[in-house]
Design a binder for this molecule. Structure first.
Ligand SMILES: [Mg+2]
Length: 121
């Protein structure tokens, strides 16, 4: 059982991810943007994995990844981006910023499970 932080400004996406992860027995913390995500991460530095959306208000996914990677005690936490097909350029930016993998939306529940197993097994 792992502790997973999920960032997405879309409520339905957060709920879907959260439900999928909870069904596998994981603990989920939800955040609505990069600012909320970073403050929740600081309160829960024992998070095992982060899923982050790219397009969010206030502080987006790329900025969030950069923020996390700049903090020595948090930078080794694996980060998976949630992108759409059209976001090829931003996917590369996220990778350069330190994201470990990405999942294209809309995704299948199985995809979440297999990414999770690969990264934290
Ligand atoms: Mg979004």
């Amino acid at each position: 059982m792992k502790k997973i932080l999920v960032l997405d400004d879309t409520q339905s996406m957060r709920s879907l991810l959260s439900m999928t992860l909870k069904q596998s027995g994981h603990t989920v913390i939800e955040a609505i943007d990069g600012i909320d995500g970073l403050s929740k991460l600081k309160l829960n530095p024992d998070v095992d994995l982060i899923f982050t959306d790219l397009n969010m208000p206030n502080r987006n996914g790329i900025e969030f990844i950069k923020d996390v990677k700049a903090i020595a005690s948090l930078k080794s936490i694996p980060i998976v981006m949630l992108t759409t097909e059209s976001e090829e350029q931003r996917k590369l930016e996220g990778k350069a910023a330190g994201a470990m993998a990405w999942i294209v939306k809309p995704f299948k529940v199985d995809t979440i499970q297999s990414v999770l197993e690969k990264i934290i097994s």
